[in-house]
Design a protein around this ligand. Structure first.
Ligand SMILES: NC(=O)c1ccc[n+]([C@@H]2O[C@H](COP(=O)([O-])OP(=O)(O)OC[C@H]3O[C@@H](n4cnc5c(N)ncnc54)[C@H](OP(=O)(O)O)[C@@H]3O)[C@@H](O)[C@H]2O)c1
Length: 302
């Protein structure tokens, strides 16, 4: 398989996108960012920026001409819209597509009916598999990464730690190991996938910086701040009930947080990322930032 050199990134301005763009640039890829007409996003002058109507197959196909790969880090709100982008990529003869996955392993997670984002992601990877079957020159790679660790601490999203207020939440026993990844390591992993196109073709991979428990994270926060955090205890059963009730009311937006917290942190949920197998080994990459060093870094920035 010929080397991948020129890569387009869709959604390169969000929470994850800039880290993927940086990972690709650091690895020497030529990068084009595709952004929406209405977007106010700005980008480093090291990339080519194409501001287009991303709902138009023709417009996307036109900017994708000459690219070897497309990485989508599109917003969860728009993951279901990626089929048009896939059709445009195929028409432009883009050889590799990485869909906006970057969370749970959507091919492994149970309770699929509750996660509307998950259901959309799953139908996109199913579609990619179909398209790859019809077009042997085309391939895809899905990447699960667990919870974004540093981003989750910064935004106090999902991880249940508020370092500023010294408060936290613990789901069930707090001893369930879960996969978590630094966002810069995701960028490195995306670049490593594209450097190894044969080994990574038509596969779903999982990487993580570490597999940790809520109690381990809390202990380090308390040790490093010299403070006892005030903890609110949550029950996995109540989280899944809250998610189920939201979905029953058609309120999908409010089902996301309790659903994801349950999936990763509850004692009885099936690991949504297989922590027994880290594909960082296959990709030949390693995250050298330890859990304690990572927490110290986050604390130094608040
Ligand atoms: N595992 C985790 O802990 C975790 C956490 C967060 C996200 N994720 C996953 O990572 C992926 C990227 O998420 P993200 O949080 O980085 O996305 P985001 O910041 O919400 O959006 C990324 C970009 O998508 C583009 N976009 C296209 N259509 C859009 C629309 N209808 N609404 C909003 N933005 C739109 C925008 O780029 P332009 O303005 O340049 O067009 C936006 O900056 C998703 O698959 C998400 O599920 C995982």
């Amino acid at each position: 398989m010929a080397a991948i050199k020129k890569v387009a990134v869709l959604g390169g301005s969000g929470n994850l996108g800039p880290h993927v763009v940086n990972g690709l640039l650091d690895a020497g890829f030529e990068v084009t960012v595709i952004t929406r007409l209405e977007s106010q996003a700005t980008f480093t002058d090291k990339v080519t920026v194409k501001r287009i109507d991303i709902t138009s197959k023709e417009a996307v196909e036109s900017v994708l001409q000459g690219h070897d790969a497309l990485v989508s880090t599109i917003s969860p709100a728009a993951v279901g819209d990626q089929k048009t982008i896939i059709d445009a990529a195929v028409a432009a003869k883009v050889r590799r597509f990485l869909p906006s996955e970057f969370g749970v392993d959507t091919r492994r997670t149970e309770e699929k009916s509750l996660g509307w984002i998950l259901a959309n992601k799953l139908s996109v990877t199913d579609y990619l598999a179909e398209v790859a079957k019809k077009n042997p020159w085309f391939s895809w790679t899905g990447l699960a990464v667990g919870l974004f660790f540093d981003w989750g601490i910064k935004t106090q999203f999902l991880l249940g730690i508020n370092a500023k207020d010294k408060t936290g939440t613990i789901v069930d026993s707090g001893n369930k190991p879960y996969a978590a990844t630094h966002v810069s390591f995701i960028g490195e992993a995306v670049a490593a996938i594209l450097k190894k196109p044969e080994e990574t073709a038509n596969k779903y991979l999982s990487i993580f910086s570490f597999a940790i428990t809520q109690n381990e994270v809390l202990k380090i926060f308390e040790e490093e701040t010299g403070s006892k955090f005030q903890i609110t205890q949550l029950k996995g059963s109540e989280l899944i009930k809250a998610a189920t009730d939201s979905v029953a009311k058609g309120d999908y937006g409010n089902s996301v947080v309790p659903f994801v917290q349950y999936t990763f942190l509850a004692d009885d949920s099936k690991d949504p990322v297989d922590i027994g197998k880290n594909d960082a080994d296959l990709l030949g990459i390693k995250d050298n930032l330890s859990l304690r060093e990572s927490i110290k870094k986050e604390l130094s920035e608040i």
